[in-house]
Design a protein around this ligand. Structure first.
Ligand SMILES: [Zn+2]
Length: 454
């Protein structure tokens, strides 16, 4: 045991417990979790209630440089596809040093937003002209360096990206930095070995990878396997036209879906697809802030919840970077669509919307990042969030409603302190903030890069 903490309240097994002793071992994991004990003399007393950190299960860190830059409409119509073309303007010119600066700032923000692990769905691989870097993992290293700079855990998911569409055998010229085959992805999965970093693999989408490659990658890789699926109705239509199946249906029929698989978005689903995913044990990663920003549509959240499918959250395009806000958007989308309240609650067993969603994404996020254990359990990594009960939005809230308040009263800085693997992490870092500002200035200065409207 290297350190002991004592919290007045902690979230154990889906509920608040009082007077909880938490011991950390030399590996940065919980060695002791004990409620209802007096504070031992050798323990550090924590000033507020504590929650487990959560996993941000879907991130494209470089898109942090684009947040706030796509919120104007110059033409008659703007949708996901026009956003994507503009986003490629960033993808086409960001350098490894800029990626590290952008990602490090993002990761500090994610820590402050209550995430202690981030899954990078990493498809930006090559130099600006599409040629390979001397070290093909140069941009993976930039992300791992950024995670070390910030002190967040990182699950790298190198992405299989082969073609521009179901009927387009090649990538487009503006996708040249993404090109990978199965062997590339497998090599990238092995490339980074350092503390707080693990790796799975990803398939960009059914439209961007050949079926035989998807099956080969699933066969030859290990760890979590993520795929964007059914985010856009156009993708559903194209998949139906090309294969005769809807995207999730195709995966259920043709891919070895199991607990390794995490379907990102899965926005456009039908009941039979939800049943098939549930039967195979695969998970779903929802990105409510981004899905709202991009006008993707609303997922069948009641369907996924009722089927018991593991759910996780992702910050995706980085327009939102705190899990309380993601959960708020997730539930509000359902309320607006269904004209009901507390859609995600389960009366009787789990009447709190926030608590039910939190527990689901705690477990589902851990699986998406390849962790067998997560939260205040002996053996799990020693990550925690100290809630700041003096935040104006939380002040005076009855203790049992703290999680409800975190999600639905919109505190601006809900977490006073954040621990990852037994170490407190800085929630503001002047050097990281400065390097981010410098990178943004270089990326967006007139003449420096294409503007998002070019
Ligand atoms: Zn994505």
């Amino acid at each position: 045991m290297t350190q002991r903490l004592w919290a007045p309240r902690a979230w154990l097994d889906g509920r608040w417990c009082d007077r909880v002793l938490l011991g950390v071992d030399v590996d940065g994991c919980w060695a002791e979790v004990e409620p209802d004990v007096a504070a031992p003399e050798d323990a550090e007393t924590i000033a507020g209630p504590v929650l487990p950190g959560l996993v941000d299960a879907h991130s494209h860190a470089f898109q942090r440089a684009f947040a706030g830059l796509a919120e104007r409409r110059d033409g008659a119509y703007d949708d996901f596809w026009s956003w994507r073309d503009r986003m490629y303007g960033v993808a086409l010119r960001i350098t490894p040093a800029q990626l590290r600066a952008i990602a490090a700032h993002l990761y500090v923000e994610l820590l402050a937003g209550g995430y202690t692990q981030v899954c990078e769905f990493h498809y930006l691989q090559h130099d600006l002209d599409g040629s390979r870097y001397a070290d093909p993992a140069a941009l993976s290293h930039a992300l791992a360096d950024a995670a070390s700079d910030a002190g967040i855990g990182l699950t790298l998911l190198p992405v299989l990206y082969e073609r521009a569409g179901f009927t387009a055998p090649e990538l487009r010229a503006d996708q040249r930095r993404f090109a990978t085959g199965v062997d590339d992805v497998l090599a990238l999965q092995q490339a980074i070995r350092r503390p707080l970093v693990n790796a799975g693999v990803a398939v960009h989408s059914l439209r961007a990878a050949r079926p035989e490659s998807i099956l080969a990658l699933a066969e030859r890789s290990h760890g979590p396997l993520h795929i964007h699926v059914a985010e856009q109705t156009a993708e559903v239509d194209d998949c139906l036209a090309a294969t005769g199946c809807r995207p999730i249906e195709w995966l259920a029929r043709h891919a070895p879906l199991d607990q390794r698989w995490h379907l990102v978005h899965a926005t456009h689903s039908v009941a039979a697809e939800i049943d098939a995913v549930a039967a195979r044990g695969a998970g779903v990663v929802l990105c409510p802030g981004t899905e709202g920003n991009l006008g993707d549509g609303l997922p069948d959240l009641p369907g996924w919840l009722a089927a018991g499918v593991p759910l996780a959250l992702g910050s995706d395009s980085q327009v939102t970077r705190t899990w309380p806000e993601e959960l708020r958007w997730l539930e509000y989308g359902q309320r607006l669509g269904l004209r009901r309240r507390n859609v995600s609650a389960a009366p009787g067993a789990e009447p709190s919307t926030a608590a039910r969603l939190f527990e689901r994404v705690r477990a589902g996020g851990a699986a998406a990042a390849g962790f067998a254990q997560w939260g205040f359990q002996v053996g799990a990594r020693a990550d925690l969030l100290v809630v700041d009960p003096s935040d104006p939005a939380l002040r005076g809230l009855p203790a049992d409603h703290l999680l409800d308040g975190l999600v639905f009263t919109a505190p601006t800085r809900p977490f006073a302190r954040v621990m990852v693997a037994g170490r407190w992490r800085a929630l503001h870092h002047e050097g990281i903030a400065t390097r981010f500002g410098d990178a943004m200035q270089t990326l967006w200065s007139p003449g420096g890069t294409p503007t998002p409207h070019e």
